[in-house]
Design a protein around this ligand. Structure first.
Ligand code: GLC
Length: 749
């Protein structure tokens, strides 16, 4: 396709290579991030994920060898050949990633005539043959390579041997392991080799395809229907370094408000002020900590966003203020679809200003969502984002605490939006085919920026649809799961992969959204879910009620135990958020993130780490009262019994219904808070430090948990050190907030 390399020119850290048939560009963004760019569609990058100039001064050399060019930074070597074949090596010369030169040989391919026959008979063809895409890249796959990331894809942690698509999809059917796409399109993956590791961020918003060795074990491919071949090779010595570099490029989750880490209660069908008041009272009466109630579409006037149904909610402002007095924030759903209705201000304003997506003939495009006929705000346009953001005042004036963006794939009930619907990409018209996968991302951006300009608090925005980089604007959940044991199991790899894709603040609907939960499933789900950064029980209209008190005393008591556990661990979770903002490390982590050289964890789907210090092995099988747990190297302490276990071994651990096996790494200094019904119930809580045997150190962060003052230094940062002999050293690394009234230390033995 490219032909021979004729010549090249260097301008700063960018090198333009002229091949016989196409000119391409390589840019050294940092010593570890190299961009490969083939301008098939446009001469500029048009990234939605990467904002601002990410190029950092990086020394590199560019030399000619016999048949190729050698570009070398202090960390990576990149050899560039004819036909624009590129191979990446680490600085020791170990091959990390090579373009595949061999023939494409699908494991199984139907002949074209047979496919034609099947189609003629009216059947769908689902062959596993090779698929060429207008934009594509094929890389060598080595024995032992494992592939992680790619956002919220279903199935197992390691994506090798599977194929996926990126096309944000609202699929109401029970999510199966074999689904190719779901709500989010995050074209980032990490290849962990027997020796070496790298990441690739394939920055293309069109419908994209990833075949991680399903077609053939010798190679993997990524490609798209359209756009540029634009990818970032991301180097690093370990998985955390790859993530740090990826999130340097696409941004990191900003520190959330502390209350957002509390418990959230939700369901579709909470339909009146009375219901919400009763819910709050019940939560408090039953002593279940809670920081937020979610208002699903039923709060609106006939599903019209930016309205409030005044028959069922006579005085939303007073209700929200009363909830707030009990320590409970209101989080309201806002869908993108604006109802087509005369005199409805959001519709009229949008029409007047040309803010909605259009058909190619210039007429406003109409499809159907919850409110019936609806139009789609064109969030790719800065003016639309600004308009939408400013209208959020409707909610901030009422005292709403956060926004839940849903249906922003965008979903449509009247068939898919045609590819040629006209949207905007900043300052130029662009098609739905190009903007679909970033629709939710742009809506989250509009919401985050609007909210930020209206309040002095850190915005709390949830989104269902995402693209790479959405972590800068929103937390996310995995959408409409079901009350199925298989979905509880899937929650682990799914959240781990989201974390490995930059999205750190994530969660699943606890209890399951669709279908009906059972007491046992709900209990096991909260045992897992209390470690999800977004900790929300939510279910669908028509499903069985699944609040913690619906299934009797035993369920309630266990549920309460785990919500309480979460609240006592809040300082730890908050520290993890701070760490994420600084390093890109997620909160929920697969074991492979910290133990990548341990072959036992590369395909471990049913355990995870919450930060580096806690290992969680939830029970995800109905009826199980014991489970096998693998502990990686080091000594680990059972959180409940304090029994010590030597790592690099499997153990069968007792797990009666009220026990989620949790292990604490030796040398951990676990920061905890006293029990509270909501964040801030105790104005100035003490800090409780639980010190585990062994040597260790821990950095702890403390601020007001609400606004952006910390960015001007209004925070405390502590370094705690334990020598394993009952002595704890406390140093202040930064002093800009107030001291704890007391730091209480307890030693685990
Ligand atoms: C979508 C959401 C779900 C919500 C429902 C009604 O299915 O994913 O969480 O409850 O719409 O708004």
């Amino acid at each position: 396709m490219f032909g021979a390399l004729l010549n090249y020119e260097q301008k700063g850290q960018a090198i333009t290579l002229h091949y016989e048939k196409q000119s391409v560009q390589i840019q050294v963004l940092t010593n570890r991030v190299i961009n490969v760019f083939v301008p098939l569609k446009a001469s500029e990058h048009r990234s939605k994920a990467i904002e601002g100039n990410k190029e950092l001064p990086a020394a590199f050399t560019l030399n000619k060898a016999d048949d190729h060019l050698i570009l070398a930074t202090d960390s990576l070597i990149c050899r560039i050949y004819d036909d624009f074949m590129i191979d990446f090596y680490d600085k020791e010369g170990t091959l990390l990633c090579a373009d595949y030169r061999g023939q494409r040989i699908p494991r199984f391919e139907l002949s074209e005539s047979f496919i034609a026959f099947i189609k003629q008979e009216g059947h769908d063809v689902n062959d596993t043959g090779s698929r060429n895409h207008p934009v594509q890249c094929i890389k060598q796959l080595d024995a032992g390579d494992c592939i992680y990331g790619l956002g919220d894809k279903t199935g197992v942690l390691n994506k090798r041997c599977y194929e996926y698509e990126n096309w944000n999809s609202d699929i109401p059917d029970p999510h199966e392991d074999c689904f190719k796409s779901l709500y989010k399109s995050i074209p980032f993956f990490i290849t962990l080799k027997e020796k070496g590791i790298y990441g690739i961020f394939y920055d293309n918003t069109f419908k994209s395809y990833f075949n991680f060795g399903k077609e053939n074990d010798q190679y993997y491919s990524f490609g798209s229907d359209d756009g540029n071949l634009d990818y970032y090779f991301i180097g690093g010595d370990s998985m955390p370094e790859i993530l740090a570099n990826y999130t340097y490029l696409t941004g990191r989750m900003p520190l959330p408000q502390k209350w957002a880490l509390g418990y959230h209660q939700s369901r579709w069908g909470y339909d009146s002020e009375r219901t919400f008041r009763e819910l709050a009272a019940k939560l408090r009466e039953l002593r279940i900590p809670c920081d937020a109630l979610h208002f699903d579409i039923d709060y609106m006037e006939r599903y019209k966003v930016f309205t409030w149904n005044r028959e069922r909610f006579t005085d939303p402002k007073a209700m929200i203020s009363d909830l707030k007095k009990q320590g409970i924030k209101a989080v309201t759903i806002i869908d993108p679809g604006v109802k087509v209705e005369k005199d409805y201000p959001m519709y009229e304003e949008g029409i007047e200003n040309g803010f909605f997506a259009k058909s190619p003939d210039g007429s406003v495009y109409v499809n159907k969502v919850w409110p019936g006929d609806a139009v789609y705000p064109d969030f790719g346009s800065p003016a639309v984002r600004k308009w939408w953001g400013s209208r959020l005042q409707f909610y901030t004036d009422l005292g709403v605490g956060g926004v839940w963006n849903d249906m922003n794939e965008p979903a449509s009930f009247n068939g898919p939006l045609p590819d040629d619907i006209v949207f905007t990409d900043e300052n130029r018209p662009a098609t739905h085919a190009e903007m679909h996968n970033v629709y939710g991302h742009n809506m989250a951006k509009a919401t985050y920026e609007g909210w930020k300009s209206l309040t002095d608090k850190r915005p709390f925005v949830i989104t269902r649809a995402c693209y790479g980089g959405s972590q800068k604007y929103a937390t996310a959940w995995t959408g409409d799961n079901q009350s199925l044991w298989s979905h509880l199991r899937m929650a682990i790899p799914q959240q781990c992969n989201l974390g490995l894709s930059g999205m750190a603040f994530i969660g699943t609907d606890i209890g399951g959204f669709g279908a009906d939960t059972t007491p046992e499933l709900l209990v096991r789900w909260v045992e897992l879910g209390c470690f999800s950064p977004l900790f929300r029980n939510h279910c669908a209209l028509g499903g069985m009620n699944q609040e913690p008190w619906q299934f009797g005393e035993e369920t309630l008591a266990i549920y309460r135990k785990y919500v309480n556990l979460r609240y006592t661990l809040l300082p730890y979770f908050y520290d993890l958020c701070r760490e994420c903002e600084q390093t890109g490390l997620p909160i929920i982590r697969p074991l492979v993130l910290h133990y990548e050289h341990d072959n036992h964890v590369r395909n471990l789907n049913d355990e995870f780490l919450a930060g580096e210090h806690l290992l969680v092995a939830p029970v995800v099988e109905q009826g199980a009262r014991k489970r096998m747990v693998y502990l990686p190297e080091g000594v680990w302490y059972d959180y409940w019994t304090h029994t010590a276990y030597e790592g690099q071994q499997y153990y069968v651990i007792d797990a009666p219904l009220d026990v989620c096996p949790i292990f604490v790494k030796a040398g951990t200094i676990l920061p905890k808070a006293p029990a509270q019904m909501y964040v801030g119930e105790i104005e100035d809580p003490e800090l409780l430090l639980e010190v585990y045997p062994g040597e260790g150190s821990y950095v702890h962060y403390h601020d007001n948990g609400e606004d952006f003052a910390y960015r001007d230094g209004a925070y405390h940062e502590y370094l705690f050190k334990t020598n394993g002999k009952g002595e704890l050293e406390i140093t202040k690394l930064h002093e800009g907030y107030k001291d704890y009234p007391k730091i209480v230390t307890s030693y685990i033995s």
